[in-house]
Design a protein around this ligand. Structure first.
Ligand SMILES: O=P(O)(O)OC[C@@H](O)[C@@H](O)c1c[nH]c2ccccc12
Length: 263
């Protein structure tokens, strides 16, 4: 079992749900990366998704896109983020998953990127614009350096494709809960429970729900569908506005949520 999967399984054993905050690395400057990660880690989050700013973030809604623009204006790059993480990696106890588009990885060079991930102690990678069919190259280069390649499953994927993604994903399966881009949503489709039940049956690794989750109530209701949640835009906004209380409330909602089926 990989470090990433283990971290989520431990939360499950304790009867809780995984909570994975997404941060835009360097929103506020490179120097914010360390204190932000250490603060989130202290709150007891399960994994941290570290987003890399990119000029053409096709999967991102306005909140994350604007955070990316702020970070780019600070001169933040994939290389600088990994170098920053490497400096304090001894203090990092929570597994980090880097989320980037493929272009910065290509520009870095796959081999150098894989080595930099290892040096930074990165445990997983999400590259939303690399489809399953093209993802073998990532696993081949990153797996030997201890980095899982996490795959996203969309609501519209046909069953046969869902099965292939669920089998190929490493660490956890990222189950996207809405159609479209990242960003907060007021409501979700009614048939999510069936989708998640099928997904969990097909997968041997944890299934986490992400996209559109922004309130403690949604952390609870979406958490119940699988093994936990990923929250991006709401965290990015709270951190940008200096409202750490909001972050605490979201994390708190993921704790002490016993599986209904085991009650
Ligand atoms: O912002 P939201 O709706 O809470 O969604 C999570 C998301 O931000 C984060 O996981 C993410 C940010 N950019 C992405 C691109 C693709 C997949 C996932 C992501």
């Amino acid at each position: 079992m990989t470090t990433l999967q283990q971290a989520i399984e431990q939360v499950k054993i304790a009867g809780n749900k995984a909570f994975v905050p997404y941060i835009m690395a360097g929103d506020g400057g490179l120097s914010t990366i360390k204190p932000t990660i250490l603060k989130l880690q202290k709150l007891g989050v399960t994994v941290i998704e570290v987003g890399i700013p990119f000029t053409d973030p096709v999967a991102d809604g306005p909140t994350i896109e604007q955070a990316g623009e702020r970070a780019l204006a600070e001169g933040v790059t994939l290389r600088k983020v990994l170098e920053t993480l490497a400096v304090f990696r001894e203090e990092i106890t929570v597994p980090l998953v880097v989320m980037t588009y493929f272009n910065p990885v290509l520009a870095y060079g796959l081999v150098s990127f894989a080595e930099a991930c290892l040096a930074a102690g990165v445990k997983g990678l999400i590259v939303p614009d690399v489809p399953l069919e093209e993802s073998a190259i990532l696993r081949e280069k990153l797996n030997p350096h201890g980095v899982d390649i996490v795959q996203l499953v969309s609501l519209t994927s046909p069953p046969e494709r869902i099965a292939r993604i669920a089998t190929a994903s490493q660490g956890f399966v990222y189950a996207v809960t809405v159609n479209g881009i990242t960003g907060t949503r007021a409501s979700f489709a009614d048939d999510l429970a069936g989708h998640f039940a099928r997904l969990r049956e097909l997968s041997n690794i944890p299934v986490l729900a992400g996209f559109g989750i922004s309130t403690p109530e949604q952390v609870v209701s979406m958490g119940e569908l699988g093994d936990g949640v990923i929250v991006g835009s709401a965290i990015v906004t709270a951190l940008h506005e200096g409202d750490f209380g909001k972050v605490e409330a979201l994390v708190a909602a993921s704790k002490n949520m016993r599986e209904k089926s085991t009650l």
